[in-house]
Write a protein that binds this ligand. Structure first.
Ligand code: PMV
Length: 366
């Protein structure tokens, strides 16, 4: 039986750590991830617990780097004192989510209250590119909080450390739970995967087939605008959704099929499930009440061209979408030039303007 941690394992008493009296400068980074099986909907009655288990690839180039200057406080306040910047510019609009994160993690890291936090984040991907920075952003914050614990004398190692970092990140943003290790992460309890948990993400117990050793993800930046409907709202809408039950059953089947394809090296089966998941996510949006569409005309043009081209050439290149218009193209490294040629032909202006990120799945050795 794999070891499971409970919520109580992560709790810390307020007297477990003594405050330091020096100013600390910490920094941490965390990668973004792309869900292969999507997390869509939270369990009612819990805090950020997923309705279904999700599986993701961790990316290597799209990431958030965060620095924090921590000044000891004479008298810690009830709420964590902080300000937050992006690329050195104040972002008061980030404050409500950050305040909620600090509040939620307090029972597990009460020492965060000993300091005033001056936080400055930098994303490797262009701001407003439509790439969600909440996953990498909150995973980087969780790493900072764990680092502070270590500086104050809390030993942390091995699986517990990864699980607790994921647990804290989850309390900032669900998908952030998966941004703490690589190359594949599983978050959410599913009995087919005894190692899985709703509380934190884990590396699944199975091994990846060598044909998934060097996977590329070219992220095509189709929409730089702000999404008209947030993921938070999407997660809420699923509760009254007419297809809620079908979604849960399908996600479970897709997870099993996708995990199988990753182990046997079956790119075709992998691609079939990958694309079905992306389209189901967007179909759920289109059939929510109220319904909405996040895809753009270019999203569909690229999907249609990709599928035609694949039928003609047999190349193992498949798409997925997150909760936005951008397209992620996943394929073995050998297809890279062919993918760039496809992009150049299908969306020449976007290609000429360099509106894509040639990312790759993080393998642990890079
Ligand atoms: O972590 P959130 O609340 O931003 O939700 C992420 C939802 C999807 O990106 C659509 C799917 C996923 O599993 O990442």
């Amino acid at each position: 039986m794999p070891k499971h941690f409970t919520q109580n394992d992560f709790l810390l008493s307020e007297t477990a750590v003594l405050p330091g009296n020096e100013v600390l400068e910490l920094q941490a980074e965390a990668p973004s991830n792309i869900a292969l099986v999507k997390y869509w909907g939270k369990k009612s009655g819990g805090v950020q617990l997923p309705m279904n288990a999700s599986l993701s690839f961790t990316l290597s180039r799209s990431k958030t780097q965060t620095r924090a200057r921590l000044t000891p406080l004479e008298k810690p306040a009830g709420q964590v004192s902080f300000d937050v910047r992006l690329d050195s510019r104040p972002r008061p609009d980030f404050a409500p989510k950050m305040a909620r994160f600090f509040e939620r993690i307090t029972p597990y890291a009460p020492y965060i209250h000993f300091y005033r936090w001056e936080i400055d984040s930098h994303n490797s991907f262009p701001h407003g590119s439509g790439i969600a920075s909440s996953a990498s952003g909150f995973a980087a914050m969780a790493r900072l909080v764990m680092q502070l614990g270590e500086q104050l004398g809390l030993a942390c190692n091995g699986d517990f450390c990864v699980a607790k970092t994921s647990f804290l990140a989850r309390l900032g943003s669900g998908s952030a739970a998966r941004s703490v290790a690589e190359p594949v992460m599983l978050w959410g309890r599913d009995d087919n995967f005894p190692e899985s948990s709703d509380l934190y993400a884990v590396r699944p117990a199975f091994d990846l087939h060598p044909s998934f050793d060097d996977v590329r993800d070219t992220i095509v930046l189709i929409d730089r605008g702000v999404k008209p409907v947030s993921s938070t709202r999407g997660h809420e809408l699923i509760h009254q959704h007419p297809f809620r039950k079908a979604r849960l059953e399908t996600a479970r089947k897709n997870l099993l099929a996708l995990a199988g394809a990753l182990q046997t090296g079956d790119w075709e089966a992998f691609g079939r499930v990958l694309e079905a998941e992306a389209l189901m996510l967007h179909a759920l949006m289109a059939t929510s009440n109220p319904p909405y569409i996040l895809m753009q005309p270019e999203t569909l043009r690229l999907i249609r061209d990709l599928q035609d081209w694949r039928n003609r050439t047999g190349r193992p290149v498949y798409f997925t979408l997150d909760a936005g218009a951008n397209v992620h193209l996943l394929y073995p490294a050998a297809e890279h030039q062919a993918v760039l040629d496809l992009l150049k032909n299908t969306l020449p202006e976007l290609y000429a303007a360099n509106q894509y990120i040639p990312d790759k799945v993080k393998s642990g050795i890079d």
